[in-house]
Design a protein around this ligand. Structure first.
Ligand SMILES: [Zn+2]
Length: 446
């Protein structure tokens, strides 16, 4: 791959150890890796002019359910609480198959890319009608994002006292067998990996205690990460106390679900002891502020988590509970929500940007991503600050969080251009949108 030089950025935000911001900054990349950052760099290769732009590390999304882009704003689920919302959507999701998984993931991934995301995880926990994790991995390959799909699962259906219909749950032996298959087929532990697989039973209320424990044992055996939903809202805490006789943090710890190789989505209701547990054990959190607002779950104690040293990344969450998948907008929401709870000095724009980049990379165990430094992977977003959103702004870096834009000009992943001049460079997006809408109409029975 030829060298690419990004030149003359108004500000290049490195997120390095000293959080250096370089005015008139350049960045040189070669073979998917950052070779140099600084001023006055030269190349005989390709040049990308970045005057008028802020360059940041690519944003990292730590929680999503990509398939849900096909069930945005479903009428019966628009105003329901979490458990009622799930019961509205389960029968629709039960009609999905491989085509729905691929097409919806492609849309979700392109939406993330256009909002500055270079690395995303996904949590796919239902596999109806022959759908496989492979379908979403194929979509990520086409779009060109770095991808951490997780093999989710549900095993306790309605008949066994669970929430999902019996048609959407799997046998636990089959779940573990397919988990081994996808890890062996797709997981790449090497630096610069484009695909890393994780294991992710859906939530403590949709799988058994045995499956949680066995998934943890299997993940450690295979050297992959663990992910699930935890302590999302008051109903969740009440369920945990009633069914398990303890709070979610205790439940997670008892089953081996804490550690540097584990990250939990939401954690809105973690108490002080649980925050201490997460900090001590280096367990990560995927903070999903828009989803928490949308479902009325509450405000996650992100300020307290960060102060205690808990790793926190951002997640847009599934598109049935956001329903947007714009990651830079999610960072703004994270900032605003902490201020609702704790006042205007609760979170700065630069801290929100750090959580959205470096923070997410740490949560996903990617020491090779999340900052713009020599030796790190060439994952970066170029934001044009000359548009109307930031016109009149005095501080372009803070403007990215507090004003906009909400769409990147250019995006590079592993040195490959995924977005060019605000358009997908890897994909015929209008055609992909048309396919998506056709499938949505079919699911709606229209
Ligand atoms: Zn979720």
């Amino acid at each position: 791959m030829p060298e690419i030089l990004v030149r003359n950025a108004d500000v290049l935000v490195t997120m390095d150890g000293t959080r250096r911001e370089i005015a008139g900054g350049d960045l040189l990349m070669r073979d998917g890796v950052i070779v140099a950052v600084g001023q006055g760099l030269t190349t005989s290769g390709m040049v990308v002019e970045a005057r008028g732009c802020v360059v940041t590390p690519g944003l990292v999304n730590t929680h999503h359910h990509l398939y849900q882009t096909l069930t945005r704003v479903v009428p019966g689920g628009q105003d329901a609480l979490l458990f009622g919302w799930l019961k509205t959507l389960y029968p629709i999701w039960a009609r999905f198959g491989p085509e729905e998984m691929f097409v919806s993931a492609r849309i979700g991934l392109a939406e993330l890319a256009l909002s500055g995301c270079t690395l995303t995880s996904d949590h796919l926990y239902l596999y109806p009608n022959g759908a496989r994790l492979d379908d979403t991995i194929a979509a990520a390959h086409e779009v060109g994002l770095r991808f951490h799909p997780t093999r989710g699962a549900m095993s306790i259906g309605e008949r066994a006292g669970g929430l999902p219909p019996d048609s959407l749950v799997e046998r636990e032996a089959a779940i573990l067998e397919d988990s081994i298959r996808v890890v062996d087929a797709f997981h790449d532990p090497r630096e610069g990996a484009m695909v890393r697989v994780g294991l992710a039973p859906c939530s403590p209320f949709s799988v058994s205690r045995d499956l949680m424990r066995e998934a943890a044992v299997l993940a450690r055996d295979k050297g992959v990460m663990l992910h699930t939903h935890l302590a999302e809202n008051d109903e969740d805490i009440a369920y945990s106390l009633a069914q398990f006789g303890c709070r979610p943090g205790q439940y997670a710890e008892d089953l081996g679900w804490t550690g540097p190789d584990v990250w939990h989505a939401h954690c809105v209701k973690l108490d002080g002891d649980e925050i201490g547990l997460f900090a001590r054990s280096a367990t990560g959190v995927a903070h999903c502020p828009c989803s928490n607002c949308r479902l009325g779950s509450g405000i996650a104690p992100v300020r307290a988590m960060r102060d205690a040293g808990v790793k926190v990344g951002l997640g847009v969450d599934g598109s049935a509970s956001n329903d947007a998948g714009n990651l830079v907008a999610e960072a703004r929401q994270a900032l605003l929500l902490q201020r609702v709870a704790r006042g205007a000095d609760a979170m700065s724009a630069r801290e929100a940007l750090e959580i959205a980049t470096l923070g997410g990379a740490k949560v996903l165990g990617r020491g090779d991503c999340g900052s713009l430094e020599p030796g790190k992977r060439a994952d970066l977003a170029i934001w044009d600050m000359r548009g109307i959103e930031a016109a009149g702004a005095w501080d372009p870096v803070a403007a990215l969080m507090l004003c906009g834009p909400t769409r990147v000009r250019d995006l590079f992943v592993e040195g490959r251009q995924v977005v060019r001049d605000g358009q997908m460079a890897t994909l015929d997006l209008p055609r992909a949108i048309e396919q998506q809408n056709r499938l949505a109409r079919r699911l709606a029975g229209l």
